[in-house]
Write a protein that binds this ligand. Structure first.
Ligand code: ADP
Ligand code: MG
Length: 668
């Protein structure tokens, strides 16, 4: 038996209990040790029996005599006895627990904890918790600060307390952290910290103990990430590119804009990776509209100049189409033809020969000869890691991978979860952009808002356009959502009679979707009504108004992503949030325009579970650590990288790392 053994291997834990424990996310012995109390109940004062007062809840220590089963007038069975210490005696009563007369031996020393009430006319301890106190057995359920745990049906704190206490005393607890980490980070020993986190003598002891245990969790996660990173780099010499700076400069100088400072930094970080001997695995995180596409295009050009192909993966066909258009525009002057592969048509041989191929993620499953693919760009990927791993599973050398996202992942989370990715953040928007003016609009102002929108979007073909995001029903674009979208569309057709409106939802065939988007892009529609799944990444600079219904039902990150569909040129854009109440969370949208900042606010206000979905979406649910302690996360990361080369010298740690399940997140 060791730390990674299933809890079921512990004495007294059978399949039924294991099942219950799994509901608390406890499957191994290690998990059980990290199931920490969420509060501590102070049962430390021991009261002499003579001083017990009716109505109070107290701890007493003494002996029990004359415990007998008795029957009440109603015919119920009770257990009644006399409890004494040197100061006096009191009646004690339990109800319907006849086994007690067999288990509680007269003369044994007990602790009792419970409320003093009346039994008949006499003061009595009513149904107290009891605990044997004979020999040098330490009390854990009373006469101290008592841990109270997250529970589940049929699994009480008392049960958990006893199991965890026995576990801490058992020989299984050997220090898991390497001595130099322990001393370097000035952390308390493991056994000591576990003892104090579960059974503190005083409240002041809890924080340092939990700090140490939080470090363990983060440290293990970092080790797992680092191992993943090493695997990715192992034995796979990348295609080392020679960087032709002159040609690349020529390309950027022909762009209709100047790259921002952070775009330039991102480009040089990427080019450094590309010219190195290891395959790049970089996450380019940039707020909506920050201009990630052109950064990727420069990388693609570099691959081309080195004679390699680039695969450009988009999450949807609409986006694939958009990228195809953008990239074709950028590369035409160089005589580089850009291919487009959508789900409908099969990969043709000619397309396979093209130097840049845009498609949806399904491209990965096509039988492409990856030998020739030097770079894979993955746009708007939320489930980072999945594609990487399927690429890594392929034979031959790995391509360089650039993953791009506008999902604002706070740095603490990025570092925690993507220790295996290198991170580049585009932290500024092109300088010609104006912040999107944002208002939370109460229902009473709806009429005014509509009139104002009319004044903004007039003109045919439209020069200013508006998105209307329908009430949120569910993420899955069920028929109900689609119906709600149709109803909203019809309603708006009345309100905006004389204007052209388009409707976009997930149940349209992909050709129809493309048609709707193309018409909106061409200005044939003034308004595009859409379900909340407005395609991430759509870039239509003439759309300047974003209206969101039921805004309170969205996370700030989602609202920000939606708002990012406007404000994509130098024209002032607006975002109107209809909501039943102007909550502080929504109000944050009016004042904040950075996705990262908003994500951090959401993280504080709602917590990571709400924000990124629950465990089923894959965000590791820490038992002790938090995503808000950037200092500790970074410290765990540095320690993990120093230890990694010697991991084999620490078998306990190595086993724990091997056992760690790798999880992915999907922000929502
Ligand atoms: P995102 O980062 O959201 O994917 P895009 O790459 O779609 O953003 O770029 C948004 C818009 O900004 C595009 O129309 C693009 O041509 C433009 N753009 C990109 N970089 C700059 C820049 N440095 N200055 C001005 N406009 C830019
Ligand atoms: Mg984009």
């Amino acid at each position: 038996m060791n730390l990674t053994s299933p809890v079921g291997s512990l004495p007294g834990i059978g399949p039924a209990m294991s099942q219950k424990l799994s509901r608390l996310n406890i499957s191994t012995i290690f998990d059980l040790l990290y199931h920490l109390p969420f509060r501590y109940e102070d049962r430390s004062d021991i009261t002499p029996v003579a001083r017990l007062r009716v109505g109070e809840t107290s701890t007493v220590i003494g002996t029990l005599s004359a415990l007998k089963n008795a029957y009440t007038r109603g015919g119920k069975i009770i257990q009644k006895g006399l409890f004494s210490d040197s100061s006096g005696s009191i009646t004690v009563v339990w109800f319907n627990q006849s086994f007690l007369t067999r288990t509680l031996k007269p003369g044994d020393k007990f602790g009792l904890w419970g409320k003093i009430g009346f039994f008949g006319h006499l003061p009595a301890l009513i149904s107290p918790e009891y605990e044997l106190n004979s020999g040098n057995r330490e009390l854990i359920h009373m006469a101290r600060l008592v841990p109270v745990y997250p529970e589940t049906a049929g699994l009480s704190s008392k049960w958990l307390r006893a199991k965890i206490h026995a576990l801490i005393l058992s020989g299984i607890i050997e220090e898991i952290l390497p001595p130099n980490v322990l001393s370097g980070k000035k952390l308390a020993g493991w056994k000591h910290s576990l003892t104090l986190a579960h059974f503190p003598e005083s409240l002041g002891e809890i924080a340092p103990a939990r700090h140490r245990l939080a470090f363990d969790e983060l440290f293990l996660l970092q080790l797992v990430s680092l191992i993943r990173r090493k695997e990715w780099q192992k034995n796979r010499l990348a295609h080392t590119f020679t960087i032709d700076h002159t040609r690349l400069k020529e390309f950027t100088s022909r762009l209709p804009f100047r790259l921002t400072v952070s775009q330039n930094t991102a480009v040089s970080e990427i080019l450094t990776d590309l010219s190195g001997p290891k395959p790049m695995n970089r996450l380019l995180e940039g707020d909506v509209g920050a201009g990630k596409t052109v950064v990727a295009a420069i990388a693609a050009l570099s691959a081309h100049l080195n004679g390699y192909q680039t695969l450009f993966l988009a999450p949807t066909q609409i986006l694939a189409q958009q990228h195809h258009q953008t990239l074709s525009g950028l590369f035409d002057p160089y005589g580089v033809k850009v291919g487009l592969v959508t789900g409908a048509d099969k990969l043709k041989d000619e397309t396979l020969k093209l130097k840049i191929i845009v498609g949806t993620h399904s491209l990965i499953s096509e039988k492409i000869l990856f030998e020739k693919v030097g770079l894979v760009v993955i746009d708007e990927q939320h489930r980072f890691g999945v594609t990487q791993r399927s690429l890594a599973a392929g034979k031959g050398s790995s391509p360089h991978i650039l993953t791009m996202t506008a999902t604002p992942i706070p740095r603490s989370i990025a570092l925690t979860l993507y220790g295996d990715l290198d991170l580049t953040v585009l932290d500024e928007l092109p300088s010609d952009r104006l912040p999107v003016k944002t208002w939370v609009v109460p229902e009473s102002k709806r009429g005014n808002a509509y009139s104002w929108i009319k004044s903004q979007i007039s003109g045919s073909p439209a020069v200013r356009q508006a998105f209307f995001v329908c009430p949120f029903i569910d993420i899955s674009e069920s028929l109900t959502s689609v119906k709600a979208a149709r109803t909203e569309y019809e309603k708006l057709c009345h309100v905006f009679s004389g204007y052209q409106l388009g409707l976009l939802h997930g149940r349209l065939k992909s050709g129809e979707k493309n048609g709707v988007v193309a018409k909106f892009r061409a200005g044939e529609y003034n308004i595009l009504v859409s379900t909340p799944v407005v395609e991430v990444g759509i870039d239509i600079p003439s759309a300047t108004i974003m209206v969101i219904e039921d805004a309170e039902r969205f996370g700030l990150a989602q609202l920000h992503q939606l708002r990012g569909r406007v404000g994509r040129s130098h024209i002032q854009s607006y975002c109107l949030l209809f909501a039943s109440a102007p909550t502080p969370r929504l109000k944050a949208m009016e004042t904040h325009h950075s996705g990262i900042k908003l994500a951090e606010i959401d993280l504080k206000l709602r917590g990571p579970g709400e924000m990124y979905g629950t465990a089923q979406h894959g965000l590791p649910q820490f038992k002790v650590a938090g995503y808000d302690d950037l200092g500790l996360i970074e410290s765990a990361k540095t320690s993990a990288s120093t230890i990694l080369p010697d991991l084999d010298s620490y078998p306990l740690l190595r086993d724990l790392v091997k056992n760690d399940k790798i999880t992915l997140i999907q922000p929502n």
